[in-house]
Ligand binder design. Structure first.
Ligand SMILES: Nc1nc2c(c(=O)[nH]1)N[C@H]1C(S)=C(S)[C@@H](COP(=O)(O)O)O[C@H]1N2
Ligand SMILES: [Mo]
Length: 328
């Protein structure tokens, strides 16, 4: 008999605001343009829909998905106009602190989009994203997100457990890791024209991590299909790890025998490793990880081991700290 204990991260959900009421600042700006046109200021009355407009998403009917109440927060949900305008998505530029990343990302077409499933699987195949999303049990989860740069947010993701995708992909027993890869399309992602990073963006997890209940594939946010800057149409959310592990806009998922080398590990292996579990006591070589700035409230708060999800994931790493750098 399995008795469900109340895990430590199920803290009282002090101020998780119903996200449906959030108004996107960028949409307000759009409304402003319409008003300007009505006043005869010569701007287009209706902005042409961009290829990345989530309102045109063919899976829109699946939202909002039912919230899974097992996942609660100890802090307010970050307003969409803040989390949606403070994005690390280096393919679209490295200045996350203005509207640039979101605006440039919105030019990326969301369809057609396929995901290649390959490596150690029963049958390699390339599947349309809608066929994946419609085969999966979508749910909403409130998750904390901790970037290695010492900022954090709390977001209502919609998606499905990685475990469900593993069952869909049918890996062979030799598969030990799941490697995930982002698109390469310099025509829409300007930074991919510059050879500063070894594109595509890659990262991965062990099979055991992927099977953990917390490992989540995201398709939506704030009760609707995710706008591109969040990593549409498919991204990872691994809330106990630093954010760079959560690969965005995935086009290829490979089941492999060898540990994949992530983009950040490849370019800066002394600072970023494979495990990247959140730990306030292990500083980044260039800054402390003891606390973080909540981009929603602006408050500084103490960082929690495994970002507060230790009860779910600590056992994955039992005894490994002797041989592995688990926290970088
Ligand atoms: N393809 C890709 N995925 C990525 C990144 C990126 O630059 N490219 N940045 C990572 C980092 S460092 C973080 S913190 C999160 C940011 O997700 P957010 O923009 O939704 O906050 O995405 C991660 N996934
Ligand atoms: Mo990050």
């Amino acid at each position: 008999m399995l008795i469900r204990r109340r895990p430590s991260w199920e803290l009282p959900e002090s101020a998780a605001t119903p996200e449906a009421v959030y108004l996107s600042r960028r949409h307000l700006l759009g409304a402003g343009a319409g008003l300007a046109a009505a006043l005869g200021l010569g701007l287009p009355a209706v902005a042409a829909p961009t290829p990345g407009n989530p309102d045109l998403d063919p899976t829109k009917d699946l939202y909002p998905a039912k919230r899974n109440d097992a996942f609660t927060l100890d802090r307010p949900v970050t307003p969409e106009d803040i989390s949606g305008n403070y994005n690390n998505f280096y393919e679209f530029g490295s200045d996350r602190r203005n509207y640039q990343v979101a605006d440039i990302a919105e030019r990326m077409p969301r369809r057609p989009w396929t995901v290649k499933i390959d490596g150690l699987v029963e049958k390699e195949r390339e599947v349309g994203i809608d066929d994946i999303i419609r085969a999966m049990p979508l749910e909403e989860r409130l998750y904390r997100h901790r970037c290695v740069e010492a900022w954090s947010m709390a977001v209502p993701w919609t998606g499905f457990p990685v475990r469900e995708f593993i069952a869909f992909a049918k890996p062979l027993s030799g598969a030990k890791y799941i490697r995930m890869e982002t698109f390469v399309n310099p025509a829409v992602a300007p930074a991919q024209n510059r050879f500063i990073y070894p594109w595509p963006y890659v990262d991965g997890v062990t099979m055991a991590e992927g099977m953990n209940d917390l490992a989540f594939f995201v398709t939506g946010v704030y009760g609707k299909p995710a706008p591109n800057q969040y990593g549409a149409p498919l991204r990872l959310a691994l809330p106990w790890k630093y954010g760079f592990k959560s690969v965005k806009s995935i086009v290829r998922i490979s089941f492999v025998a060898d540990r994949p080398v992530g983009l950040w590990e490849q370019v800066q292996g002394r600072e970023y490793g494979f495990w990247a579990n959140v730990n306030p006591e292990v500083p980044h070589p260039r800054w402390s990880q003891a606390s973080e700035r909540d981009i929603g409230t602006g408050e500084r708060r103490p960082t929690l081991i495994y970002n507060g999800y230790g009860e779910q994931v600590a056992s994955l790493y039992a005894g490994m700290d002797k041989t592995e750098k688990l926290f970088m």
